[in-house]
Design a protein around this ligand. Structure first.
Ligand SMILES: *Cc1c(COP(=O)(O)O)cnc(C)c1O
Length: 233
């Protein structure tokens, strides 16, 4: 009961902040979707978030997600994969997730394409871009992103819906803002190519520390964990 109330009020607060950020940028708040990031969060607390109105959940690890998705199977939820995906987990990922945010190589895309075909699924994906160019970050280099989109667009069991990024962590929204802006520019550039089978509507960017800046810069999917579920252990 206490847990339910706590998650409910945090979720409400986050939704209010999303709405305010959208309005401050002259955007319709309905164009920003909240992905509640539930990595390390046990199923009972996720259920509390679902009861409080969470509809989209994000997980980073296939094995962990699989157990929770199984436990919550009766719930009407869209599951998002947001972590680094290894090719050898592709066959599980296509069974579990509605949207995979983290496709950053042709090798991974080909494996997902192969695995999605078997259950007759068109897997929705985003291309993850390493917009800061830091070596430690996952994602395709911004300079190579367009080329990757072209290549992946030819894979018939995948549907590209947009781009995702993880900017360097400054805990200072105004320092990450240029990276959000750069992802937005890349989206515009790719959209201008009008590549068949490619839809560039989604921009997955913004976390607990910086989601308002991300929304002001055009995010359509914000991935928020800590502000909803508290600090991770
Ligand atoms: C953990 C994680 C998040 C959520 O981070 P918070 O700071 O807890 O909101 C978002 N995106 C990715 C890719 C993550 O791994």
């Amino acid at each position: 009961m206490v847990m339910q109330k706590n998650i409910q009020s945090k979720l409400r607060r986050v939704k209010d902040r999303i709405k305010a950020a959208a309005l401050s940028a002259g955007r319709d708040p309905e164009t920003v979707k909240l992905v509640a990031v539930s990595k390390t969060v046990p199923a009972d607390r996720i259920l509390a978030a679902i009861k409080a109105g969470a509809t989209d959940l994000g997980e980073n690890y296939v094995q962990e997600a699989r157990e929770k998705i199984e436990a919550l199977r009766g719930e009407n939820i869209s599951w998002h994969f947001i972590g680094h995906l290894q090719s050898n987990k592709a066959k599980y990922a296509v069974k579990l997730f509605d949207l995979i945010h983290s496709v950053d190589s042709l090798k991974l895309a080909k494996e997902l394409n192969k695995r999605a075909g078997a259950p007759g699924k068109v897997q929705r994906i985003l291309i993850q871009v390493n917009i800061s160019g830091e070596e430690s970050k996952s994602g395709i280099d911004a300079k190579r992103a367009l080329e990757l989109v072209h290549e992946v667009s030819l894979l018939e069991n995948l549907a590209i819906h947009g781009l995702m990024t993880m900017p360097p962590y400054f805990n200072a929204p105004d320092r990450v803002r240029p990276y959000f802006r750069a992802l937005r520019s890349l989206q515009v550039l790719i959209r201008q190519e009008a590549i068949p089978n490619v839809d560039m509507t989604e921009l997955s960017m913004g976390m607990t520390g910086d989601f308002e800046a991300a929304i002001q810069e055009g995010a359509t999917l914000v991935r928020i964990g800590t502000a909803i579920f508290g600090e991770r252990r």
